[in-house]
Design a protein around this ligand. Sequence first.
Ligand code: 5GP
Ligand code: ZN
Length: 115
Amino acid sequence: MENSCLFCRIVAGEIPATVVHRTDTTLAFRDIDPKAPSHVLVIPVTHHANVIELAADPAAAADVLATAAKVAELEGLADGFRVIFNTGAHGGQEVFHVHAHVVGGAPLGPMLARR
Ligand code: 5GP
Ligand code: ZN
């Protein structure tokens, strides 16, 4: 656990979150500022800063993806959804404990705004 890390503190129970699903290695909780009718964040319980660090830990990466799929099932996203890992400055990452955004519940529109 990193004391300064917001999502490590959620794992530790120091900051409340609305938990959707939990496993021994992952936690899924609702985004505080949802961008879609269903917007859940899936994190490994161990600190990895971003998806590059997560990819270096294949077991943790597989567990995060499996929990993302489970969340889609629990949230009733049978019509489709997106799994997004914002990474680094250009990706708009704001919290540096890797998290998969699982978003859905309505048509999500184009993947990216056109420039
Ligand atoms: P990023 O921009 O790093 O990919 O996404 C960070 C996400 O974390 C944002 O969608 C933001 O709304 C969410 N977030 C920030 N602080 C909190 C918090 O304290 N609790 C929860 N549940 N979500 C948070
Ligand atoms: Zn952390």
